[in-house]
Write a protein that binds this ligand. Structure first.
Ligand code: C5P
Length: 282
């Protein structure tokens, strides 16, 4: 049996840091949406009792440093699975970009193995396993338009659809999420009103949604990588309704209502950065 799972990327329409927990992690409040930029995870039973990973991206670690491997290993141990699995990871989402690629791959692996090994795991169980791999994995197991809180483990699906074109620009450097979080000063960080953002989305009020979007991590990442500010400014100049960094960066996205506008932004950004994508919110 071969199982193929789609792993969509995410963007943060809002990311607020509400404080620091005693374990050094941060209390988050976020609104995330999935976009139609996907990795694919294919799993197949293998006769040897091993976890074998192959990828079309030769930058991917194919060992326990890969979140896909961690997902397979954790499930195999938990359910004492004695057979092996071969996993093919097709990468389309830029890595270390703030687009949740690694987390989405892990979530897709959990879903795929649940089917391959007929485990009948509940969503809560999958989320519990996912959260031990990374803070964004619980969201990726639910996907769609969601409100995320706690350290990332609490995910509430918002019964709403955000309809917009998205232009993504990924600069040619990555950024470590850990480094960005380490530099946060919770007393001075700029805050985002996630409750107001949620209300705007639920009311299908595009203008209000745009007005309340924000990312508390932006200032921290921009202080290290000022080029992100240049991308944002250029996007707004080209007609973007809003331009915002996603996650801990460095990818910046622009939202706009018409494809024509999105095309104009794409054309302008292509002379500026190599990796430019035009996608839709799912
Ligand atoms: O969970 P994940 O591996 O994605 O987190 C990466 C880093 O982000 C952590 O090492 C931690 O420094 C930071 N983080 C945090 N608070 C959270 C989630 C992540 O400080 N709620």
């Amino acid at each position: 049996m071969v199982i193929i799972e789609k792993a969509p990327a995410k963007i943060n329409l809002g990311l607020d840091i509400a404080g620091k927990c005693s374990d050094g992690y941060h209390k988050l409040s976020m609104v995330m949406v999935s976009i139609d930029l996907n990795d694919y995870v294919t799993v197949e039973a293998c006769s040897e009792d091993v976890i074998k990973i192959v990828s079309d991206n030769n930058m991917m670690p194919l060992n326990k440093r890969n979140d896909v491997y961690k997902a397979a290993y954790l499930i195999k141990e938990r359910y004492s699975i004695r057979s092996g699995v071969s996993i093919f990871l097709e990468k389309r989402i830029p890595v270390c970009a703030g687009l949740g690629g690694g987390s989405s791959d892990a979530a897709a692996t959990i879903r795929a193995l649940n089917k391959l090994w007929q485990l009948e795991m509940s969503q809560e169980e999958m989320i519990e396993i996912g959260f031990t791999i990374g803070s964004d994995v619980p969201y990726c197991l639910k996907a769609g338009c969601s409100l995320i809180s706690g350290k990332g483990e609490q995910v509430e699906c918002l019964n709403a659809k955000v309809s917009s074109w998205v232009v993504l620009v990924k600069p040619d450097f990555g950024i470590s999420t850990r480094t960005v979080f380490q530099e946060i000063d919770c007393d001075t960080i700029s805050r985002v009103n996630i409750e107001a953002l949620k209300d705007a989305i639920l009311a299908d009020d595009y203008e209000s949604m745009i007005a309340h979007m924000g990312n508390s991590l932006e200032d921290v990442t921009i202080a290290r990588k000022p080029f992100i500010r240049k991308i944002k400014d250029r996007m707004v100049k080209c007609g973007a309704d809003v331009a915002l960094m996603t996650g801990s960066g460095p990818t910046v996205f622009a939202l706009c209502k018409t494809e024509k506008k999105a095309d104009r932004i794409v054309n302008s950004m292509k002379g500026f950065c190599k990796e430019v994508y035009k996608v839709r919110i799912l």
